[in-house]
Design a binder for this molecule. Structure first.
Ligand SMILES: Cc1cc2nc3c(=O)[nH]c(=O)nc-3n(C[C@H](O)[C@H](O)[C@H](O)COP(=O)(O)OP(=O)(O)OC[C@H]3O[C@@H](n4cnc5c(N)ncnc54)[C@H](O)[C@@H]3O)c2cc1C
Length: 615
């Protein structure tokens, strides 16, 4: 996956630029919760590592996580334990989760959450001083620990403080553009410093990819505009690793629907599940909805039916995300939505003080947009939120198919199966971060970073390709292609998919790749335009994996809904592996294991949330 169409060999006429060389036993690419927790474990075990991130220290995408982190602490519901957490995860993942990954997360979550608490996360407390817990969708018990609705920010801040205490070196604003790999082994990475444009070659005995997911490839999504662009999975895939579960993209039921007067940046942004976890109710639009631009006397007059009664009478708004997202999409498609193409989410039956305390970020955000959520409903619609798919890893160690290459956090896959249980991704970052760090510390064995000559030439070729990209003077702007790719995925690989649409999507992707040959990059390497241009090669690789895997899986399961194969099919209780082949992606299925006995028993028990707790 060279930088777009520009193969290093084609740019031999371009001089090799100067570059800095850094040698480090372990290079961690990504400074979110997953990268930070991996680095902390390494440092605590006396292993030198370097963390690089595309943004400022402490500004990884993790800070956007809102509602909470799962751990079966049983603070409010003593019946909860790790087996029920595991069972909920399997049920939500439609039984294609990796049972080992699920068990590791459910068993280790309480220790990791208590550790985060000790490191200063400051979880909200019950009156008797326990870590408080709330419901999240599809959870049998109140299991989600939280810091208001700023949980990710609080967790990352505690991890960054801990990393600083341990004096873990961090290079901010450095973008890795390619891993240096040959013959099934990784030797480091090439990249550039986004603040001054200088090139950097990292020699490393081990590389850990912790660079986030790929949901921002969709044009309506909950991520920061320039995060979750698929860098992690694409870098690993290019180096020879396999991708797993690429077709499973989670569409969150509730993203902001922007009003005309609102900044477009709010479109699709997350309205946290915590709103429903705290009792928020979904309504379609009243048949005689007042004019959307005119403020009605009673805002609740806009509310129509509480439609989840028809789709999920027992679980209501807290059914699985895919169920709620499809229900909302259907209400909108069948003409029962609002004028702006959404439905209503209303929490105004709760006291203002309760809303301010439990949903402070939502309260403030909507207040800034002129909506008082203690008095009136929010307008919401589904939005791309999370990538269940990612790099295929051994969950116990984070190992990939490439020697020396590891993946962790949202870049990796396996835990969530066909749909992620809300609150499980934050816990995944810290559980697997600790395990990967521990494994590396135990196995590194003084290995010193080596760089075969061929790899140096490869890195220099990458730097020349980056120079050539910077000088690209065609007529197509990177942002234009980004937007077109987002539309393509939303239309062809969105909430509802079918064979014709997916085929058309693959054709349209080829056309986009052709257009990328005529790219125009404005400014220099310190400009966002250049970053977007580099990102395009990542996005194209991941988009192709999504489209191909979605086309390959001829059934509906979890977040992957095929209108031409609307039912779940037992024969498809397998995962889809995408491998880099000589002539492009190669797809195959792989059986999934069975949960252990204790988890099986919890599944058989058939726990369900007590909806009455919310009323
Ligand atoms: C709006 C929102 C709300 C969420 N709320 C919750 C929640 O309540 N509970 C929950 O469990 N989960 C939640 N999630 C999911 C959760 O936030 C993420 O899955 C998790 O934070 C991922 O952490 P990470 O460390 O794997 O990646 P990230 O936090 O995304 O970090 C990735 C890091 O990699 C760096 N990076 C990326 N590409 C490169 C590159 N090419 N070179 C160098 N560095 C690179 C980035 O700069 C960043 O430092 C939410 C997600 C969103 C979008």
């Amino acid at each position: 996956m060279p930088v777009l169409q520009i193969e290093p060999s084609e740019t031999d006429g371009t001089e090799t630029p100067e570059y800095e060389e850094v040698s480090i036993p372990v290079l961690v690419v990504g400074a979110g919760a997953a990268g930070a927790r991996t680095a902390i474990e390494l440092a605590e075990n006396g292993v030198d590592c370097l963390v690089v991130g595309k943004r400022d220290h402490g500004d990884a995408h993790t800070t956007w996580a809102a509602g909470g982190i799962n751990a079966a602490l049983g603070s409010l519901d003593p019946e909860d334990d790790w087996t029920v957490h595991a069972a909920d995860t399997h049920r939500e993942g439609h039984s294609v989760n990796d049972p080992d990954a699920v068990e590791l997360v459910a068993r280790n979550a309480p220790a990791r959450v208590r550790e985060l608490d000790e490191w200063g996360t400051g979880f909200d407390r019950t009156e008797d001083g326990k870590i408080d817990q709330r419901y999240f969708g599809a959870q049998s018990f109140r299991r989600t620990c939280f810091v208001g609705d700023r949980t990710g920010e609080a967790i990352l801040s505690a991890l960054v403080d801990r990393a600083r205490e341990l004096e873990i070196p961090y290079r901010e604003n450095v973008m890795v553009t390619r891993l240096l790999s040959d013959d099934g082994r990784v030797y480091g990475a090439a990249g550039y410093d986004m603040s001054d444009g200088s090139f950097v070659l990292f020699r490393a005995a081990r590389v850990v990819v912790a660079a986030g997911g790929y949901s921002a490839l969709y044009n309506r999504h909950t991520s920061e505009a320039d995060e979750n662009t698929g860098d992690g999975p694409a870098l690993a895939y290019d180096a020879g690793a396999n991708l797993l579960d690429a077709e499973f993209v989670q569409f969150h039921p509730t993203g902001t629907v922007a009003r005309d007067a609102w900044d477009d940046d709010w479109e699709g942004q997350l309205v946290t599940e915590a709103v429903r976890g705290e009792g928020g109710r979904l309504y379609n639009a009243a048949v005689d909805e007042p004019d959307a631009d005119g403020a009605p006397d009673d805002p609740r007059a806009r509310l129509g039916d509480r439609f989840m009664e028809r789709y999920s009478p027992t679980q209501m708004e807290l059914d699985a995300r895919d169920v709620v997202a499809r229900a909302i999409a259907r209400e909108i498609r069948e003409g029962r939505g609002t004028e702006r193409g959404g439905v209503y989410l209303d929490v105004s039956h709760r006291d203002r003080a309760f809303i301010e305390a439990r949903l402070p970020r939502m309260y403030e955000r909507f207040a800034a947009l002129g909506v008082d959520i203690a008095e009136e409903p929010m307008e919401v619609a589904p939005t791309a939120h999370y990538s269940m798919g990612g790099v295929d890893v051994d969950p116990r160690t984070g190992r990939t198919a490439v020697d020396g290459l590891y993946a962790v956090g949202e870049s990796a896959s396996g835990l969530h199966g066909a749909n992620r249980l809300g609150g499980n991704s934050l816990v995944e970052t810290v559980v697997f971060g600790q395990l990967v760090g521990d494994h590396l510390a135990a196995t590194l064995d003084g290995a010193s970073p080596e760089l075969p000559e061929g790899m140096r030439a490869f890195a220099e070729g990458e730097f020349r390709a980056l120079l050539a990209l910077e000088r690209a003077d065609g007529d197509v702007r990177p942002a234009e292609l980004f937007g077109a790719l987002g539309d393509l995925l939303w239309r062809h690989a969105g909430i509802l998919r079918d064979a014709d649409g997916l085929d058309a999507g693959l054709g349209a992707l080829d056309a986009l790749r052709d257009r990328a040959a005529a790219l125009r990059v404005e400014g220099d390497r310190t400009d966002r335009d250049f970053e977007f241009a580099v990102d395009l090669s990542f996005t194209f690789a991941v988009a192709e994996a999504i489209l191909r895997a979605a086309s390959f899986r001829t059934e509906s399961r979890g977040a992957h809904h095929r209108t031409d194969f609307p039912d779940e099919d037992d024969d498809w209780r397998v995962t889809v592996v995408v491998s880099p082949g000589e002539d492009g992606p190669e797809l195959r299925t792989r059986p999934v294991g069975e949960p252990g006995e204790a988890v099986r028993a919890a599944l058989d028990e058939g726990y369900e949330l007590e909806y009455a707790h919310l009323e």
